[in-house]
Design a protein. Sequence first.
Lengths: 138, 406
Amino acid sequence: MAYSEKVIDHYSNPKNVGTLDKSKTNVGTGLVGAPECGDVMRLQIEVDEATGLIADAKFKTFGCGSAIASSSLATEWLKGKTVDQALAIDNMDIVEELNLPPVKIHCSVLAEDAIKAAISDYRVKNGMPALELEGAKH
Amino acid sequence: MELKLPIYLDNNATTPMDPRVLEAMLPYFVEKFGNAASRNHSFGWVAEEAVDYAREQVAKLINADPKEIIFTSGATEGDNLGIKGVFEMYASKGNHIITATTEHKAVLDTCKHIEKMGGQVTYLDVNAEGLIDLQELENAITDKTILIAIMYGNNEIGVIQPVREISAIARKHGVLFFTDGTQAVGKIPVDVQADGIDLMAFSGHKMYGPKGVGALYVRRKNPRVKVTAQMDGGGHERGMRSGTMNVPAIVGLGKACEICMNEMEAEAKRLSAMRDRLENGLMQLEEAYVNGSREHRLPHVTNISFKYVEGEGLMMGFNKNIALSSGSACTSASLEPSYVLKALGLGDDLAHSSLRFGLGRFTTDEQIDYTINAITETVLKLREMSPLWEMYKEGIDLNTIEWAHH
């Protein structure tokens, strides 16, 4: 299976690899997937409390090239968005942007789940109810 | 020698054809095109002579009689014909077959088919090394057992089963012994007499011969073995395999066997030294594990798991220059990781993290050096990107985490 150029580019030069301080209340962390399934994504957001915008986003991913590319792209898209705008990111946007083949759609679903899990974590830390996460649909 | 890219280390999937094989085949496409079954003219005689000669070359490599060689389209057909053919031919004696969970799909799916046809199949487990337990094998034999089907060398991990001990058990109980020799024939000495093999399937394209051709060895003496044909037709190959002989491919298979016969010993020595160097180089990485027995193993194969990185993601780091296989689910359509690695007791996570290396006749020392460096670099890079590696380094036991299974 050939990868799209965009997947290769994100894989070769991943954006925003790293770890944010999860003890901070303005940092939300989402950890999704499972080692047995061959992909685990950890995605973190740091919200600027003054502006309400996502000031930073980081990821680490165990998975195939498409999983790495999906999470790298997600962190790029998250930066500068409000939390509500971030919630609107749909996995099919990622599929389209990266030209993922059908067999790799689950990578984009996982990235969307990771975004939602990170936002939910941020909400809980800041006294808001957790998000109803769909998860487990792939 | 100069480094030649890309590097092909997937010789268990298929081997490049040896140019000497191609040379032997070429006259049989246009010039000597006859049908080996045409008994009444020179075109047929020339083709028949070529097939007979190839049959001798093939037989010699495995210490068989030429009459015991049935040409097939490859090992999948050989597995089907050998197993289904025995099942049908010996139906009056019994309906039970014993095989192992790490067999190739061509054997496993054939056995599944036999179960649908009313047969009974026992699937032996293997130990962490990938070897079957001989006592378990013997205990599984019943008065209905007609066949033991255990492969010679495994395609994913290269582990060699104790063939002689297996055949001794088979003999003792009057059961036939079939082995899939696809990965072993031409790589290590395989001797159907000394090894006590009754039937054996193998293929041309795993030993530097052409694709689409293989052979099934069927013993003719002590005991005389027969298989029921699985294709009806002109009664070729002593009635066991109908179909016009694929003369150029058969000539190629013969030549490939002859070359293996002459060069196997030196080649195995050279490749096992290279394989060991590759393995030792990569085992310098932390949390790297060799899968399967290192003692009972084909000389050109190793299978290594690099924990906390995923196999397909790993291959993407160098697949422009290095061709390999992974046991990762992502490389298969099924999304299931390798059943062979799982049979060794590996967790799915380690199975997902595995790479299979199959060295071959044209692998060079320079390519091995390049491979060690490229893979080491990619593993290190991906571990920096891996949340699992970070947790491992922080001393978090990954088994204590409640993963969202999907």
